[in-house]
Write a protein that binds this ligand. Structure first.
Ligand SMILES: Cc1cc2nc3c(=O)[nH]c(=O)nc-3n(C[C@H](O)[C@H](O)[C@H](O)COP(=O)(O)OP(=O)(O)OC[C@H]3O[C@@H](n4cnc5c(N)ncnc54)[C@H](O)[C@@H]3O)c2cc1C
Length: 399
């Protein structure tokens, strides 16, 4: 029988980061990824923030820096320009494979094409003892002392154990990675309003010269529309601002689901830690979760391994208090703004863009990354006496 200290379910950014920090602490770690390679199926658009990537030690060659932010609604088109690049579009496959390589360099065993099917408990039914995994047509049992569920949207272990039910509010996205004849590499664009997405937004995210991700995200259950159909219409009809890209040729298709109802209430159970999308840790404002998945994946691996080393499994509870302290309130506040955005009409979107246009570049970046601390919010309200801006901020600070 295969025996490990920590078994990790899912080879996305959360699981790979947990594998890295746990094996760095000297523990015997195994990670299972059901796809046939790491980042084989891309389920994300890869926008993130350069400061966060630097803090996490991600090499700059793995992202395209972005300086400017453009928002297009049916009758409005605004740009917020920065002097230097603060955002970025990640080379998602490159990044995830880099995360896998650094985990492997610390000794983690990574099984690809390996689907976790079941969880086995000890006789007194209290403690997880092993995982059942299908790999190359065979089922194998892997013993472990601690499991980290990093299985993304499906929260496979949390749901199998009856701790969680399915997410009821979520986003679903469809995206082409395309050759584009003409592309402004410094600017990402979000398109809002019914023709782009009835509950959500569409995007153009430049990755490298003449290469961009063009996608549509739709909120469920708010809309029953299919994002792929809308994406094909967007690209086929070349709606503004797609027409500015000249000739477009899709090269890859990506799709995925992301929870959009705030965080799970509990993310630590007997012998189990839940992290990343499985825990609902993404920023709901623009549904970005990669930086949190890496940061809290590393935290889960670190605290999980320390608790095994000190033989005190209760220590894993610190994981939950730590990550909630960092992003719990921000996610709640961002969710309120996002819920408002889901219900805006085309006219209201035209006006909402005027609010964003009012912000300085730094204010905009704090806002979009959900950096809503009281001091920043107060400064925003003072700097922007217009009633419309104040309404947005009071939504954020209201308990
Ligand atoms: C359309 C779309 C666009 C997005 N755009 C952005 C963006 O621009 N920027 C950003 O930061 N975030 C974005 N996100 C969110 C981001 O992708 C997630 O927050 C992030 O991927 C979460 O990482 P994770 O490791 O928790 O989960 P995932 O990346 O979903 O990884 C989970 C992994 O677990 C594997 N798995 C699942 N079940 C099993 C099983 N039973 N056995 C073995 N393996 C299993 C899966 O194959 C997968 O590889 C987007 C999401 C979507 C859907």
């Amino acid at each position: 029988m295969n025996s490990y200290d920590i078994a990790i379910v899912g080879g996305g950014p959360a699981g790979l980061s947990a594998a890295y920090s746990a094996s760095r602490n000297g523990l015997k770690v195994v990670l299972f990824e059901k796809d046939k390679s790491i980042a084989h199926n891309i389920r994300t658009s890869g926008v993130s923030w350069i400061d966060a990537m630097k803090k996490l030690g991600i090499p700059a060659k793995l992202y395209n820096p972005i300086k400017n932010y453009r928002f297009v609604s049916p009758n409005n088109d605004i740009r917020i320009n920065g002097a230097e690049a603060k955002s970025c579009v990640l080379d998602v496959r490159g990044l995830y494979q880099y995360l896998a390589a650094i985990a492997a360099s610390k000794g983690a065993d990574i099984f690809i094409n390996a689907t976790v099917r079941d969880v086995i408990f000890s006789k007194d039914n209290k403690k997880i003892t092993s995982l059942i995994v299908s790999n190359q047509g065979r089922k194998n049992e892997f013993q472990c002392k601690l499991v980290i569920d990093a299985s993304g949207f499906n929260s496979i272990i949390g749901r199998k154990l009856g701790y969680y039910s399915k997410w009821t509010r979520y986003g679903v996205g469809a995206e082409y990675e395309c050759y584009c004849e003409t592309l402004d590499l410094d600017t990402w664009t979000l398109m809002v309003g019914s023709q782009y997405s009835p509950a959500g937004y569409s995007w153009i995210f430049p990755i490298s010269a003449n290469r961009a991700r063009i996608g549509v995200g739709i909120g469920k259950p708010e809309s029953s529309e299919d994002p792929l159909e809308l994406l094909n219409q967007l690209v086929g009809k070349k709606l503004k601002p797609i027409q500015e890209l000249g000739s477009i040729q899709p090269i890859e298709y990506h799709s995925g689901f992301i929870p959009n109802q705030g965080t799970r209430i509990s993310t630590v159970f007997d012998g189990l830690i839940v992290v990343g999308d499985a825990a609902g840790q993404s920023n709901p404002l623009v549904l970005e979760g990669i930086r949190h998945a890496i940061e809290f994946g590393r935290l889960a691996g670190k605290i999980g391994s320390e608790s095994l080393i000190s033989e005190d499994l209760n220590l894993i509870r610190e994981y939950e208090s730590e990550w909630k302290k960092i992003i719990g309130n921000k996610i709640q506040a961002a969710l309120k703004v996002q819920t408002r955005w889901m219900n805006l009409s085309d006219d209201e979107w035209d006006k909402e863009l005027e609010i964003l246009k009012e912000m300085s570049i730094d204010e905009f970046l704090d806002f979009i990354t959900a950096e809503f601390n009281a001091k920043k919010m107060m400064r925003l309200a003072i700097n922007h006496p217009k009633l419309i801006v104040r309404q947005l901020f009071s939504l954020i600070v209201k308990k």
